[in-house]
Write a protein that binds this ligand. Sequence first.
Ligand SMILES: NC(=O)c1ccc[n+]([C@@H]2O[C@H](COP(=O)([O-])OP(=O)(O)OC[C@H]3O[C@@H](n4cnc5c(N)ncnc54)[C@H](OP(=O)(O)O)[C@@H]3O)[C@@H](O)[C@H]2O)c1
Length: 324
Amino acid sequence: MHAWLCTDPTGVDALQWQELPTPQPGAGQVLVAIRAASLNFPDLLIVQNKYQIKPPLPFVPGAEYAGVVQALGEDVTNLQLGQHVACLSGTGGFGTHTLAPAALCLPLPGAFPFEDAAAFIMTYATSHHALIDRGQLQAGETLLVLGAAGGVGTAAIQIAKAQGARVIAAASSEEKCALCKSIGADAVINYSTQDLREQLKALTAGKGPDVIYDPVGGALAEPALRSIAWRGRYLVVGFAAGPIPALPFNLALLKGAAIVGVFWGEYARREPQANAAMMLALAQWYAQGKIKPVIDSTLPMAELKAAYARMGARDVKGKLVLVN
Ligand SMILES: NC(=O)c1ccc[n+]([C@@H]2O[C@H](COP(=O)([O-])OP(=O)(O)OC[C@H]3O[C@@H](n4cnc5c(N)ncnc54)[C@H](OP(=O)(O)O)[C@@H]3O)[C@@H](O)[C@H]2O)c1
């Protein structure tokens, strides 16, 4: 097997494509031949030692992947040889094979392509947990999505539309705004050229968005929170821009608003039954055509560094998928 090995978590340049012995699955594990793996923002942080989870060295990055079960650990009963699975195990995806915990492998129905499956779990689970559970987004409410053309952003647009909400998508370029419109956003704001607060006022008749989905942070957070509607919910999802905003508490008081943290990985760990029910609901929405991963492009696994460079340069619309 081959994999991108991180021996020195100083950044993407230090990753090396290496031949490794193909491992045999131990108890509770399966060997997966990876067909597709997608790039998520945490994959960029983890190779720089900036993510909250710091795997022991060396490790193979790639949180999320889909493929075919090639060998079973002795006590694995929930999966079969040849089964198509998707898995989010945190590491291991950027290679040709990996050992996956059997408990984390989701069996795929026949009609689920590997590319879609590899780009599904992290973004849709995060956005569904954020909007429906933490944000209590209701049909008819208005949602603002920041960084709306990114991985979790595009999933948030589709989930909010499936929920019957009105979506204002905000992003940094005309191309990104056009992509957001094409997947269902009702209105768009280009925050590189337009004033976020003025546009939100105009688009909501002065009321402001009921729910704000923020995976970006940085300088956008304060003007967004200042615009929120009475009884609004501000969802703290991530800090792709870098700086973690420090916001004045009086803004929450003045709007009777809630600032709500979202940490899907921890939710899945602490509340596995609720998470499993959510994944089932998402799989049904996929089968009904209500949601579908937006794939920017598909690259050979060997071109991982080019994929990382595009993500770091804010050049990705939807998801990048690496294939074997
Ligand atoms: N809380 C959770 O449970 C959870 C789960 C998954 C991911 N996340 C977080 O959510 C965030 C987004 O993840 P993602 O996978 O959707 O990433 P992504 O596809 O790269 O999208 C991030 C978006 O952030 C914007 N951005 C602004 N400044 C940026 C910068 N300096 N570098 C890169 N992007 C920048 C970009 O949109 P514009 O160019 O339009 O501004 C980009 O489209 C990350 O912080 C990630 O860690 C949180």
